[in-house]
Ligand binder design. Structure first.
Ligand code: KIV
Ligand code: ZN
Length: 512
């Protein structure tokens, strides 16, 4: 059996299914580039048949990414599969990932199909897909809650039709590590042609065991592909987190005996990018990418680490891309230094005019903040991209007054539908007044379901990064804004969320 573990990233497909995490095309392209830099083996770029927008994203990612295999999800029907194949045409290496539910509950209640019908549809779909693309992955959705005898029948048939990867999803996060590992092993041992395909694990985190289950699927079950997302992004409690599974396999190579292609030095930048794009803040104690993952607060630990790092550290922070939080640039830095730092951070800008625009924003920030950290530059570049898509509303300026015992007031100038307008309001605090001032002009009627502030680089001098989640007519969107002034960051985040609400994306759900 191979000692290479394939890393299949589904941040742009399963991760994006998380409510509020939907991304624009530009955001997806930026994340796809970062995944390529990370040396992810397979990027699931989307679900081409679900909407024209998703088709366009898969096609564009397939055109620009050269090193990773590009995959599109497709339900087990000819139309979805043909759409996926069409979108994947520009790819250097393409994969179609087709799926159909196989658990009794899903077949009866969701699909309203008999097991024999599901069996036939799975077989015919893989046969159809195999004529279009050589690399075919098949997933029996809700596989872990399926009857093993039926699953063996379906999987044997789809391998015979040419499926090259068999993925066994724990769709609802019900598995327990040892049982899931045994489940995969049992299938592999019972299915006569199981050695003709690579086995893959796909675990959801509802019981907090997605990473443990995936690793058990690898160690006990013999799977050689793990499906995962950056920061564990995904529906409900999320998917298996890429950074945790990769660092477990790398750090405990003595136990797993497996190699992964991932260039771990790009992990922290990937985590930041996904968090800033989606507005899903990474918890400080999150393994590998949380702000505290390498921080030693207790005196005993600090003393130990100073004497010998490995007393309390099993990984090196710099190996996963944590910089020493050093000041990189300031007010006097020139365009060349800025451009070089962007390259060192792995930020690719499409044109000189994009660099000029980012540099102008950098100068503006440096006027207000004496020390510019890598984190500031990444936030600034990301915000540049986000605002470039802002069609309906654009932030111009804000003034607010608050004094103990007085009701705070805010006045916000914005461009709305091409016209400069001013909104004014009072509120419980300056942030509340500013949001109400914007809403007095936008009149979206959206409900705010989350407001979160995060300091980008740790001190009061830092930029505040604000996430605003709005809900309107069943849709949930996140907006993110960054600025040294958190009231301004809040206004920008609110405007970013309003802009996302203006761009409805109708798509078919992958599950359900
Ligand atoms: O969780 C799941 O079952 C999925 C499939 C579509 C692979 O995401
Ligand atoms: Zn899933």
């Amino acid at each position: 059996m191979s000692d290479q573990l394939i890393i299949f990233d589904t941040t742009l497909r399963d991760g994006e299914q998380s409510p509020g995490a939907s991304m624009t095309k530009d955001e997806k392209l930026r994340i796809a580039r970062q995944l390529e830099r990370l040396k992810v083996d397979v990027i699931e770029a989307g679900f081409a048949a679900s909407s024209n927008g998703d088709f366009d994203c898969v096609q564009s990612i397939a055109s620009i990414i050269k090193d990773s295999t590009i995959c599109s999800l497709a339900r087990a029907n000819d139309r979805d599969i043909a759409r996926a194949a069409e979108a994947l045409k520009p790819a250097n290496r393409a994969r179609i990932h087709t799926f159909i539910a196989t658990s009794p509950l899903h077949m009866e209640k969701k699909l309203r199909m008999s097991p024999d019908e599901v069996f036939e549809q799975a077989k015919m779909s893989v046969r159809f897909a195999r004529n279009l693309v050589g690399d075919i992955e098949f997933s029996p959705e809700d596989g872990y809650r399926s009857d093993p005898d039926f699953l063996c029948r379906v999987i044997e048939a789809v391998i015979a039709e040419g499926a090259t990867t068999i993925n066994v999803p724990d769709t609802v996060g019900y598995a327990i590590p040892e049982l899931y590992g045994q489940f995969i092993l049992n299938l592999r041992e019972r299915i006569p042609n199981s050695d003709k395909a690579i086995w893959s694990v796909h675990c959801h985190n509802d019981l907090g065991m997605a990473v443990a289950n995936s690793l058990a699927g690898v160690k006990i079950g013999g799977a050689r592909q793990v499906e995962c997302t950056i920061n564990g992004l995904g529906e409900r409690a999320g998917n298996c987190s890429l950074e945790e599974v990769v660092m477990a396999v790398k750090t405990r190579r003595d136990y797993f005996g497996l190699d992964v292609n991932i260039d771990a030095q790009h992990i922290v930048a990937a985590s930041r990018l996904v968090s800033q794009t989606t507005g899903f803040v990474v918890q400080p104690n999150k393994a590998v990418v949380g702000a505290n993952a390498f921080a030693h607060a207790s005196g005993i630990h600090q003393d130990g680490v100073l004497k010998a790092r490995d007393t309390y550290e099993i990984m090196r922070a710099e190996d996963v891309g944590w910089s020493a939080n050093k000041i990189v640039l300031g007010k006097l830095s020139g365009r060349n230094a800025f451009k070089q730092r962007l390259q060192e951070l792995g930020v690719v800008m499409d044109s000189e005019s994009d660099i000029n625009a980012a540099f102008a924003r950098f100068k503006d920030l440096a006027d207000r903040k004496s020390e510019i950290f890598d984190e500031d530059i990444l936030a600034l570049v990301h915000m540049e991209g986000a605002e470039a898509q802002a069609e309906t509303y654009r932030f111009v300026s804000l003034s607010q007054a608050s004094e103990t015992g007085e009701q705070p007031k805010a006045s916000v100038v914005l461009i709305a539908h091409g016209q400069e307008v001013r909104g004014e309001s009072t509120g419980n605090g300056p942030v509340d007044a500013s949001m109400k001032a914007i809403e007095s002009q936008a009149r979206s009627g959206a409900e705010m379901v989350l407001y979160a502030v995060n300091a980008i680089s740790g001190s009061t001098e830092s930029q505040g990064e604000v996430t605003v989640r709005l809900q309107q007519g069943g849709r949930i969107v996140n907006g993110v804004g960054a600025d040294p002034d958190i009231v301004v960051a809040s206004a920008k985040a609110y405007i970013a969320a309003l802009n996302k609400l203006q761009n409805p994306t109708e798509r078919v759900a992958a599950q359900g």
